[in-house]
Design a protein around this ligand. Sequence first.
Ligand SMILES: *Cc1c(COP(=O)(O)O)cnc(C)c1O
Length: 343
Amino acid sequence: MSRILLNKDNLFYNLELISKKATSKDKVAVVLKDNAYGHGIIEVAKLSKEFGIKKAVVKSVEDAKKIKDYFPYILILAPNDFNNYSHTFHIALNTLENIEKIPQNSNVHIKIDTGMHRNGIAIDDIEEAILGLSKRKVNITGVFTHHKGADELSTSFFFQKELFSKAKYKVKEVCEKLFLPIPAFHSCNSSALFREKNFEELNEDFARVGIATYGYLEDDLPFDFPKLKPVMSLWASKMATRELKKAQSVGYGGKFTANENMIVSTYDIGYGDGFLRLNENHNYTTPKGFRVLGRVSMDNLSINSDEKEVCLFDDVRELAKIHNTITYEITCSLKESIKREIV
Ligand SMILES: *Cc1c(COP(=O)(O)O)cnc(C)c1O
């Protein structure tokens, strides 16, 4: 059976670096959306709690329910139903239209659009949002924004930062006028957190950290950042071994042909499990130096090894390059049906 191993030491190592940068564990919200970027939402929730993280960010109410016992504070980014919220759940307000759907006593974080133009309300609508929410007796517990390019050498990072500080100013002004408590402010994802020279000076309540938790930041960032350790490795088990004779080929299309007699085994993982398809145009070598031969099938692939179990990767950067994508997509693609184990 194929399986995903989660390296607890590496996760703790990353969380330690992240907490230091954010000045404390209390200022870190671990992002667990999309099954914790494919790592397993329950497993990562458990470990993060054990490390001492108290806040989590998820996409949906269903996900928040799965991890409610691990965190006293959960932010839901894309709430789809506005009922039955627990007092530990905080829901994002992504558009003014949702104000009237939010029940009394819910906790809400207002999302501000500072330039990504995906979700969130305009700075000019802050007063309307706060008035509308407080009229409904909703608790405004947070105000946040999201960077579109904190990992790129463009000015958008600074531009959005500037806009968000204007938004914070406006929020404080309106809340003071209405005698409302000042909400928590947060704007940093992984790369923004590490791009900030001094997080403390930003004066925010926490950072929302996804990819760095799992051990990755893009390699070509326009600022210095610490080396993190990938948490996930993917393993597959041998199904069959044979000798491939010289000039015989293996797999769909017969795209790998042996130059000489060689040992070849089939392992039980394929693109159906979310291990994105490799083919004759890619050379991929496993950490131990074995090659993936020819085309990856739906449920299996061939490797020049006869080991009982092989490690397909313990770092997905090489695969991300081959597939012309980002590390996020490689790990997120792995299906929930693969067993996750903590080591
Ligand atoms: C996914 C997401 C994050 C985490 O981003 P990383 O780059 O993985 O750190 C933070 N905030 C929001 C709103 C997100 O959607």
